[in-house]
Design a protein around this ligand. Structure first.
Ligand SMILES: C[S@@+](CC[C@H](N)C(=O)[O-])C[C@H]1O[C@@H](n2cnc3c(N)ncnc32)[C@H](O)[C@@H]1O
Length: 322
């Protein structure tokens, strides 16, 4: 038995070569570009036991919350994809420690991280389009606003815009962070700490946006939310909901390294959900960011289908597990 097999005596699902490769990656402070394909192929071939063994071997990385992978794996706020994790992606955070720098570079170059940054650009385009539609004041509702970096970037570029934002998030830490970050725009922003399943308002919106949230919901909750929030659009309004595609090539890496699980969906599945929410084909479009990893369901109701209603939206009834 080799010495490293004594050290990692629980790593018995890995071959000697796999173990050696992982140790080498740790020693050299992460994979270099020349290792990316081998690393991805190796992890894609792992079963659950091998993934657990890999996590044991990479313990120094995965328990170091100053690395993106360690942060994602440790989940200091108790859930995957918290506002600081998303912020690390937006700001392309790379550790300055030579033992971890290459790990972060690898993570930040992944399709998943790039798609998150791309969706911020998609959002900014959406806001620009909205602003150009008319000179009137507009109202935007954001579901699961997280760090609100997308909004911040838009407002920095367009400080005189006529859009006011209602931002909903369940996590008070996310709200506190987003408020601090967007302090200079506080007259345009209204934060609400509530579960999106329970939010209600008399207001009607020109645009409702949600990214990085619906991928955590099961289909029945997705449909419920779609129906609920379509009622909050005004006659010209649009609803745009992001969901990671089942074609994300870094899905297994993300799950293996970070235990970060999403409900990945295809374009077809998103259209099926829209149909189950009672939408007509002509009301729905599926768009994507340049990598095709983050899909967007874009709904604009034609007038005859508009569900605008003076009734308030019914309270959420918990119908989980059926
Ligand atoms: C992955 S982040 C996305 C943040 C932001 N939309 C973005 O793309 O940059 C998801 C956010 O949704 C919030 N969230 C999760 N479940 C929620 C719920 N049921 N109601 C409201 N917010 C929720 C989380 O607290 C987190 O801030």
């Amino acid at each position: 038995m080799k010495p490293n097999q004594v050290k990692f005596k629980f790593a018995n699902s890995l071959t000697d070569k796999e173990l050696e490769f992982l140790e080498k990656m740790l020693e050299k402070g992460g994979p270099g570009e020349e290792d990316y394909v081998r690393f991805a192929n190796m992890v894609n071939s792992f079963d659950e036991d091998a993934i657990n063994d890999m996590r044991n071997v990479l313990h120094p990385l995965l328990r170091n919350i100053n690395t993106t992978q360690g942060y994602a794996f440790s989940k200091p706020f108790g859930y995957a994809g918290d506002f600081l994790m998303i912020e690390k992606i937006y700001t392309n955070k790379i550790s300055t420690d030579p033992m971890y720098k290459k790990w972060d570079i690898w993570w930040q170059k992944s399709h998943a991280a790039t798609a998150v940054r791309n969706r911020k650009a998609y959002f900014i385009n959406l806001m620009t389009e909205l602003e150009q539609k008319s000179i009137h004041a507009k109202r935007v509702l954001i579901l699961g606003s997280g760090p609100a970096t997308d909004v911040n970037e838009y407002l920095k570029k367009n400080p005189n815009c006529k859009i006011s934002f209602d931002l909903i998030d369940l996590d008070e830490n996310a709200i506190a962070y987003a408020k601090g970050k967007n302090h200079e725009f506080e007259d345009k922003l209204n934060f609400v700490r509530i579960n999106v399943l329970r939010f209600n308002t008399h207001k009607r919106y020109d645009l409702i946006w949600s990214a990085g949230l619906f991928d955590y919901f099961k289909e029945k909750h997705f449909i419920y939310l779609l129906k609920k929030y379509l009622k909050l659009l005004n006659e010209r309004g649009e609803l745009v909901v992001g969901n990671f595609s089942d074609k994300n090539p870094t899905r297994v890496l993300q799950e293996a390294f970070s235990a970060w699980h999403l409900n990945y969906r295809s374009e077809y599945e998103l259209l099926k959900i829209a149909s189950e929410a009672g939408l007509n084909q002509g009301d729905v479009m599926i768009e994507k960011e340049p990598l095709g990893v983050n899909l967007f369901m874009r709904v604009k109701l034609r007038n005859e289908n508009h569900v605008h209603s003076k009734r308030t939206v019914p309270e959420f009834k918990d119908y989980s597990n059926n």
